[in-house]
Design a protein around this ligand. Structure first.
Ligand SMILES: Cc1cc2nc3c(=O)[nH]c(=O)nc-3n(C[C@H](O)[C@H](O)[C@H](O)COP(=O)(O)O)c2cc1C
Length: 343
């Protein structure tokens, strides 16, 4: 089992049905993050670790740490699942989801709902930490209803045996629709004895720099922005190294979409074009949003075949024009960027 306790700087955020093995394979071609976190394994009395997620760890980028994330609220079941996942895969650590805002998850007192039960978070951490062989971490938000709750959460986190803490700087109630509480992340960095990873609304090298400057976090976790712009991790590295930052064109974006299609098709072993196009359309929400004033995404929503998909790409992306640095703020897919960039 390959285990690492070193905490690298750039994380790809866990994203259910989005941060999946074919996407990881393509992101690697563009440099990729330093570390991957899987979408969550559901843990309940009838669950067994989901095979596609196990496979993403087993067949994922071999030279990079991959952390397995779990969601659940039963300490013994979480412990058992952590042992299974570690026995079945070369995962580099175990992470617990304390942030999912989906009503069906919170309704079962899992994910973000755990932020209302500090005693349970403590029991989960204290039960799991001794059986986890690599890093043991939590991915939290800054509160359930209100970021005032973060003070009590920090008191708790300071006492837990964690390798690192990832903070999505919104409350559970905020879902994805508010600006990011960077000052709360900064408080955590100041207070906690282990690395803090900042997450939320990093979409370009400028928002990455703003997040690092405002939070002083040890690392960044990037989700939707890295799907929209697969060059992002390399651009952030170039910025940190003071070397030129590559400016991709719309035609480069077309190549990226083509690579995603190929990777999805390999995944389904070319069985169903419809399935590939469906996956491509889903992920295109993050990639095409705002391009050509929304007309490109609107057209992609109508396509039924790979050839139709390609002809829309030809119409909108056959150009040397640079991809806009940031997506438009639309309050749903991408928001909080302008606020993050304020001095
Ligand atoms: C489609 C989607 C699925 C997500 N699934 C997960 C998940 O499985 N586990 C988790 O901790 N967070 C999940 N998240 C939250 C992201 O990890 C991240 O915290 C959030 O998107 C904010 O980061 P970003 O602005 O860089 O995207 C998901 C987000 C999205 C958009």
């Amino acid at each position: 089992m390959s285990v690492t306790t070193k905490v690298p700087r750039l994380f790809l955020a866990p994203m259910q049905d989005v941060s999946v093995l074919p996407v990881w394979r393509v992101l690697e071609e563009y440099g990729g993050p330093d570390i991957y976190v899987t979408e969550y394994f559901r843990v309940h009395p009838d669950s067994r670790p989901e095979k596609p997620i196990l496979r993403s760890i087993i067949d994922g980028p071999a030279d990079k740490p991959i952390v397995a994330q779990m969601i659940g609220n039963d300490t013994e079941l979480l412990k058992q699942s952590a042992v299974w996942i570690q026995n079945l895969t070369p995962c580099s650590g175990i992470d617990i989801n304390l942030g999912c805002p989906a009503p069906k998850v919170c309704g079962k007192q899992s994910g973000g709902a755990l932020l209302r039960d500090l005693g349970l978070i403590r029991r989960i951490a204290e039960t799991l930490a001794p059986v986890v062989e690599g890093t043991f971490s939590l991915k939290t938000r800054v509160g359930f209803e209100n970021d005032d709750e973060f003070d009590a959460l920090l008191d708790l986190f300071a006492e837990l045996p964690l390798s690192w803490l990832a903070i999505h700087g919104r409350t559970v109630r905020d879902k994805y629709q508010s600006s990011v509480h960077t000052s709360r992340i900064a408080e955590a960095v100041h207070r906690l004895p282990y690395p803090v990873i900042a997450n939320g609304s990093v979409v370009c090298h400028e928002t990455a720099a703003a997040m690092t400057r405002k939070s002083q976090a040890h690392g960044l976790m990037v989700g939707r922005g890295a799907i929209r712009n697969p060059w992002l991790f390399s651009q952030i590295r170039a910025q940190n190294a003071g070397t030129p930052i590559h400016t991709p064109t719309l035609r480069d974006l077309w190549s990226y979409l083509t690579r995603l299609a190929e990777a999805f098709a390999e995944e389904t072993e070319g069985k169903s074009e419809e399935q590939t196009v469906h996956k491509l359309k889903k992920i295109s929400n993050y990639i095409a949003t705002g391009l050509a004033d929304g007309a490109f995404l609107e057209q992609l929503r109508r396509v039924r075949s790979w050839s139709q998909f390609q002809s829309e790409c030809q119409q909108f992306l056959d150009s040397d024009e640079a991809i806009p640095l940031r997506p438009v703020e639309d309050g749903r897919l991408f928001c909080g960027m302008a606020e993050l960039l304020k001095p």
